[in-house]
Design a protein around this ligand. Structure first.
Ligand SMILES: CC(=O)SCCNC(=O)CCNC(=O)[C@H](O)C(C)(C)COP(=O)(O)OP(=O)(O)OC[C@H]1O[C@@H](n2cnc3c(N)ncnc32)[C@H](O)[C@@H]1OP(=O)(O)O
Ligand SMILES: O=C([O-])CC(=O)C(=O)O
Length: 391
């Protein structure tokens, strides 16, 4: 039994709603956050300013930025209950599972139930935005058997994130590259995780449930998990000299090469040149030309053979590696950034909501009956009516 309706697998090419948060323009290969080109934001503003822009619709004035920064600093530390839950999880749990659990715990500990109120959403979002760096840093240190490093109020968001992770104040090159990556990851219209958050919000479920679901969607290797997968690929290949034979085998085996391709951009991801420049600065700073050589060789070979270009995860993976994060921490960093975009979309969904519930075309077996079942007259009449309606 199969119905003849047009199916758009993966909702490819389907426009499901409007958004004022960001604009991915494939024609001009550009990405605007609330109207500002992301490259300009990466060059001139901090991640904190970008978060303010996405949540309040505009870049902050100096005074607004001071207030926003002070509010974030107030919530940086993890409370004892959350630390206990994290420390109760297996040390080998995937960091994305730990982050997903942490968001859930923060949500369960939050007494406010006026979920769709814009002020409530922003209050909850601020806490998550402020605490996620400490969660990521603690998970990274715990994996290495190291004690947590408390946050520092005198450091900005990016510097404090790296301080809590490594226990050192980062060099400016490293801080800047990390801050740029956070800005580039912050928002990207109706990607799979954002859409997931909007689906959950559309049922009038709460903010934290929407974010927990979004974390789950981001984890997959076709989406945010690709930055981790890129590094696993690099580890598998080893050196630039191995790229060609590795790629021959991978393509013969019909493997997807992680960090390449995009559902929307078909001529290259608008964010890649900016992240590539950040990666180049890290390569020079860490004196790791081998990483650049491997990345460039794989990119050149793959683009030449398939005409498929790198996405943001391709330069971000090796950049986070050079900063010193374990590979499994790359997607949790993406979460810490994308909380900005998810929040803006949940706000937008609540503000003009319609339950998201698409249709499906049934192609299973036709109607059949349980052996021994004797239908009563009403059931027979209902079945007859159904058949007549189906024609
Ligand atoms: C931040 C982000 O989330 S960016 C995306 C991160 N994800 C990745 O890097 C994972 C690798 N990339 C992919 O799997 C895909 O390019 C996606 C999922 C991102 C986009 O995919 P879609 O728009 O659905 O395109 P689809 O997967 O159908 O690919 C079209 C064709 O290109 C091929 N292709 C696309 N990407 C790749 C890739 N990375 N490696 C090999 N082949 C690829 C497909 O196999 C397919 O070939 P076919 O037509 O011969 O079957
Ligand atoms: O837009 C997408 O499909 C994936 C992506 O690049 C992102 O979420 O940053």
């Amino acid at each position: 039994m199969s119905e003849t309706v047009e199916i758009r697998k993966g909702l490819a090419g389907v426009t499901v709603d409007r958004t004022a948060v960001s604009h991915v323009n494939v024609e001009s290969n550009s990405l605007l956050y609330r109207g500002y080109p992301v490259q300009e934001l990466a060059a001139t503003t901090s991640f904190e300013e970008v978060v303010h822009l996405l949540w309040y619709g505009d870049l902050p004035t100096a005074e607004e930025l001071d207030r926003f920064r002070a509010a974030e600093r107030k919530h940086r530390a993890l409370d004892a209950h959350l630390m206990d839950v994290i420390d109760g999880l297996s040390r080998t749990a995937h960091p994305m599972d730990v982050v997903r659990t942490a968001v859930s715990v923060i949500g369960a500990d939050d007494p406010d139930v006026a979920d769709q109120d814009p002020e409530t959403v922003l209050r909850k979002a601020l806490v998550l935005y402020a605490k996620l760096p400490a969660v990521v840093a603690h998970v990274q240190r715990r994996r290495r058997g190291l004690a947590p490093v408390p946050p520092r109020d005198d450091l900005g968001y990016a510097a404090n994130f790296l301080w809590m992770t490594f226990g050192d104040e980062p060099d400016e090159v490293v801080r800047q590259a990390f801050d740029v990556s956070m800005t580039l990851y912050a928002e990207h219209s109706f990607n799979a995780s954002t859409f997931t958050a909007r689906v959950v919000a559309s049922t009038l479920s709460d903010y934290h449930s929407a974010i927990v679901a979004a974390v789950g969607a981001l984890k997959g290797s076709l989406h945010g998990g690709a930055n981790e997968a890129v590094m696993h690929t690099f580890d598998e290949i080893g050196t630039a000299a191995n790229v060609v034979p590795w790629l021959d085998t991978a393509l013969a085996d019909k493997r997807k090469i992680m960090g390449f391709g995009h559902r929307v951009y078909k001529r290259g991801d608008s964010r890649v040149p900016t992240m590539q420049a950040a990666l180049d600065s890290l390569v020079a700073h860490e004196d790791r030309p081998d990483v650049a050589e491997l990345a460039t060789t794989l990119e050149t070979e793959f683009v030449e053979r398939k005409g498929i270009y790198p996405n943001l995860d391709y330069p971000s993976g090796p950049a986070y590696h050079l900063i010193g994060f374990d590979t499994e921490l790359f997607t949790p960093i993406f979460v810490a950034s994308r909380i900005a975009g998810w929040t803006a979309h949940v706000q937008e969904q609540y503000a003009d909501n319609a339950l998201i519930r698409p249709l499906s075309a049934y192609d299973g077996v036709g109607e059949r009956h349980v052996a021994g079942y004797v239908p009563d007259a009403a059931a027979v009449a209902a079945a007859t009516r159904r058949e007549e309606q189906a024609g």
